[in-house]
Design a protein around this ligand. Structure first.
Ligand SMILES: Nc1ncnc2c1ncn2[C@@H]1O[C@H](COP(=O)(O)OP(=O)(O)OP(=O)(O)O)[C@@H](O)[C@H]1O
Length: 317
């Protein structure tokens, strides 16, 4: 603990650290489902980390642990060297669905975060105006969210998240609902805004091209119970334009290497849900808080996983 405290004060602690984390859930039938097992993950301050893995391998669960929404059954989750004990104001989130107040104009939606954090209304509105300008939405301040396109709503979501200047940014498939062209524009915007404030990012995606184009490193998780299979440093130059970087010869090399690692996990996940190789029952693990050790451990796959396995992870477009 002393070493951790020292690391924190000297600013050298990782922004995020998961140490040998296991996460188990109780299933509706009373069994125990192990979503993550012995997962180790470190993200440095200012580092952009993308996480890929087959459906159901525990990517969102990993984010839930960092966000403080869930607690590990075993192992430690640390932010800047300190254990996560709940929701932390230094952490920002962006998910697949937009978290907006549908009845509020865009400006008020963006100003809501700072106001919630105690900033006065006038200052919050000025800040919101500034962030809307940065995401290219000046002139749209009075629109309601439903009066914007999907891409514009994502830019609002970016402004809403980044206005709070998070030190850690957790993103769970934030752009998956967008068409390819809009997605690339918003990805570029994310990169240029990230350069401004440099939060540590964990970006979960099913899109390997997106992961490589955005990240400093790509972490491949195994089929569930998820653990880190491989970590790839993305040594592509920055600043990047996502439309261009995928034609870089190194991008293609990295894509092939990472896909080789990922492909086996995707196929295994698909085979499980297609019934070729049923998920093994798992022995309960000690020290898991509310899930007691003598309870039966049964891994129960989600019924809709098979349909999502191969459609979003594939060869470069
Ligand atoms: N609260 C919960 N109770 C029981 N099981 C859960 C709970 N949350 C997640 N799980 C299970 O844990 C596993 C991992 O879920 P998670 O959502 O983290 O996977 P994922 O990799 O993000 O999936 P996808 O790529 O499909 O979004 C899944 O099999 C899921 O059904």
């Amino acid at each position: 603990m002393a070493a951790q405290a020292n690391q924190t004060t000297t600013g050298t602690a990782p922004a995020i650290e998961l140490r040998t984390v296991t996460k188990r859930f109780r299933t509706p039938s009373g069994g125990v489902y192990t979503a993550l097992r012995d997962l180790d993950l470190t993200v440095a301050p200012g580092e952009f980390c993308a996480v890929v893995g087959p459906t159901g391998c525990g990517k969102s669960t990993t984010l839930s642990l960092v966000s403080g929404l869930e607690r590990a059954s075993r192992g430690e989750t640390l932010i800047h060297g300190e254990p996560v004990t709940g929701i932390d104001r230094r952490v920002g989130f962006m998910f697949q669905t937009d978290a907006v107040f549908p009845w509020k104009p865009v400006l008020d939606n963006v100003a809501a975060g700072p106001q919630f954090r105690g900033v006065g209304k006038r200052e919050a509105i000025e800040k919101a105006r500034d962030w809307l300008r940065r995401v290219g939405l000046s002139g749209f301040e009075d629109r309601l969210p439903h009066q914007l396109s999907g891409g514009m709503r994502k830019r609002v979501a970016l402004a809403q998240t980044l206005i709070n200047e998070p030190e850690i940014l957790l993103m769970d498939e934030p752009f998956s609902a967008l068409d390819v062209q809009t997605r690339q524009i918003v990805q570029d915007e994310l990169l240029s805004l990230w350069e401004l404030t440099r939060p540590a990012v964990v970006f979960v995606t099913h899109d390997l091209e997106e992961a490589i184009a955005l990240a400093d490193k790509v972490v491949v998780l195994t089929v569930g119970p998820g653990t880190v299979k491989d970590t790839f440093a993305i040594d592509l130059p920055r600043p990047r334009k996502v439309q261009d970087i995928r034609f870089h010869p190194r991008f293609v090399e990295l894509y092939e290497q990472i896909w080789t690692s990922l492909r086996d996990e995707v196929q295994l996940a698909y085979a499980r849900t297609a019934g070729e190789s049923p998920r093994p029952e798992q022995a309960p693990e000690p020290g898991s808080g509310p899930v007691r050790d003598h309870e039966p451990a049964v891994n129960e796959p989600r019924t809709n996983e098979a349909t999502r396995t191969n459609d979003t992870i594939g060869q470069p477009r």
